[in-house]
Write a protein that binds this ligand. Structure first.
Ligand code: EPU
Length: 419
């Protein structure tokens, strides 16, 4: 297993190009199952989760051509096996995103239940309940969700909890249903909007994506399209925190600053000067130590849970005492325990981490437990005295494209040690 080795204490300086968003690419790849013609996707990030999704689609009989590095052509007209097997779903929960398109277009699906994961129990009951409300006959057998229907019927779906992939699955199911569907308490994340825009390019009739009420008029058929995936707001935020934690100056290019309001506000509160362009954000810490910031995660446009771990690293070396409260997932503080091993002074109280910032962390061997936890340990390593060795970085390769190259370009002393 590969490891990452990072020696801290260097203020990062320079520009980093942001890749396409993982959490937009995954639902959009699943959405190609709905098209009755080839779909060409641009700005597709090079990530293990994308490779897993491509493998999953190919197993279903979908034809996929990889063009230049970032363009993929997908033709689902000959899809014939409507199964997402356990061996793939267990490595990537987002495989659940094929459920809505399969039931919507082909009237059948067998998708392995994802089960729990490192950050919480993460049930998918709302995905299943929504499809049932649209008329799908669903049973849970031997760890699989088995769904059948002649054709889904539009319905009013009130989501009890805001769920990102739940909203996406139901929106994808609804585009092929008979009649109108309304999704209430829908997730407002930019990735939901990106998916809706791609579906609209394929001929879907969707209104209200980005608000908490989405209206979908079902159509008989969606066609091919060409669509470019939005930039990754979490990758952007992660590199900006890298600049802040190291006292440096980092420009994230090819991004969407308007997707990062809550994160940029917290970086400013931490003492960073932020300059916003149309497609770039520059963070300048001017060599200063960050100030502690209190965080409470919330669905978009609130502070993203996917940036919580990175801010935990920032608070670990910041001036002052902070509280980070995680409201989305029940067990998303594994990184905090690893940071303690690097000398962080923090304690977990229920769903809050109380952190007294220390002058500096010390490099140590640490273990990555999930994607964002791994990123936060890289950031902690960039701020620490000495060398940090991060194990199990397959987590990071699921969601950050070439992280060691991008950080090295900013001046970090980082390298991958093949395992
Ligand atoms: N929930 C339910 N029932 C459901 C679905 C969700 O109770 O049927 C609960 C969850 O347990 C959780 C809350 O609702 O407490 C919100 O979870 P959500 O469904 O929104 O999460 P998700 O769709 O599984 C996506 C991202 C995550 C991100 C969350 C929250 C993708 C592929 N994944 O997950 O991304 O943390 O939204 O923003 O879009 C990551 O990229 O590292 C990552 C974990």
């Amino acid at each position: 297993m590969d490891k990452l080795e990072i020696t801290g204490g260097i203020p990062l300086d320079g520009e980093v190009s942001i890749s396409g968003a993982k959490n937009a690419a995954l639902p959009i790849l699943a959405a190609t199952l709905l098209a009755d013609g080839p779909v060409t996707l641009g700005n597709v990030p090079h990530l293990n989760d994308v490779t897993t999704t491509v493998r999953l689609l190919r197993r279903m009989g979908v034809e996929i051509t990889l063009h230049d590095g970032r363009t993929i052509e997908i033709d689902a007209r000959n899809a014939s096996r409507f199964v997402a097997p356990y061996d793939l779903v267990k490595t990537m929960r987002a495989s659940i995103l094929v459920l809505g398109p399969l039931v919507g277009r082909f009237g059948q699906a067998e998708v392995s239940l994802p089960g729990g994961c490192a950050i919480g129990s993460r049930p998918v009951n709302l995905h299943v309940d929504g499809l049932r409300a649209m008329g799908a006959d669903i049973s849970i057998e031997k760890g699989y969700i088995r769904a059948r229907t002649k054709r889904l019927t539009g319905a009013r779906l009130v989501l009890e909890t805001t769920t990102v992939t739940g909203t996406e699955n139901l929106m994808m199911a609804a585009v092929c249903a008979r009649g109108e569907s309304v999704i209430e308490n829908a997730a407002r994340e930019p990735e939901v909007v990106d998916l809706a825009n791609c579906l609209i390019a394929m001929g879907a009739r969707i209104e209200g994506a980005g608000t908490d009420t989405i209206h979908v008029q079902g159509t008989d058929r969606l066609g091919g399209a060409a669509y470019g995936i939005m930039p990754d707001r979490i990758e952007t935020g992660t590199y900006l925190v890298a600049g802040a934690i190291s006292g440096g100056r980092v420009t994230a290019k090819k991004t969407r600053p308007d997707h990062l309001d809550a994160v940029l506000q917290k970086l400013e509160a931490a003492g960073a000067a932020i300059e916003i362009g149309e497609t770039a954000v520059t963070l300048d810490m001017r060599g200063a130590r960050p100030r502690s910031v209190d965080i409470r995660t919330a669905p978009y446009p609130g502070f993203p849970t996917d940036m919580q771990a990175q801010f935990c690293a920032l608070n670990a070396v910041a001036d002052g005492t902070s509280a980070i409260t995680e409201t989305i997932f029940e067990n998303r503080f594994q990184h905090a325990l690893e940071m303690q091993r690097m000398g962080a002074n923090l304690r977990i109280e229920g769903n809050t981490v109380i952190c007294h910032g220390v002058d500096s962390l010390t490099g140590a061997p640490v273990m990555a437990t999930d994607l964002r936890a791994s990123a936060s340990l890289v950031l902690a390593g960039a701020a620490a005295r000495g060398t940090t060795l991060i194990d199990r970085i397959y987590h990071i390769d699921r969601g950050y494209e070439s992280i060691e190259e991008k950080l090295a370009n900013l001046g970090a002393a980082i390298r991958r040690l093949p395992g």
